[in-house]
Design a protein around this ligand. Sequence first.
Ligand code: HEC
Length: 109
Amino acid sequence: MNSKKLILVIFAVALALFLMVPNLSWAEDGAALYKTKCAACHGPDGAGKPAIKAPSLISPEAKKLTDAELTDAIANGGKEQKPTHAFAKKGLSPEQVTTLVAYIRTIQK
Ligand code: HEC
């Protein structure tokens, strides 16, 4: 392989990585955030823990929640403003909440 071709190949690989990595890290962020902030109560797979009254996030009822309702439940504790879920006050950014909503949608499938 001559050096011109080699440079082209390196450039193509770099471009491919550049296009792929933001998507990968986006997906991983949601999973990692969920694991550290939510899995203790809602279970590693989102099935919930009846013993501590943490509801399933993958039930038919949870699937019916709109993105806005999910976002509000996580960021502000929903309509009743449950303090366990005021994650906006506990340091999650709106982007992180959006990432979590997107992650919950992926485990609901
Ligand atoms: C300390 C345990 C605990 C942690 C941590 C926790 N939850 Fe919850 N979650 C609950 C309980 C209990 C409820 C039921 C409502 C209530 O009493 O607060 C609930 C309710 C919810 C609901 C509303 C479900 C519905 O059907 O309306 C959503 C959505 C939710 N949690 C998502 C999350 C996400 C996302 C995280 C991580 C950022 C998280 N929770 C962290 C215990 C927890």
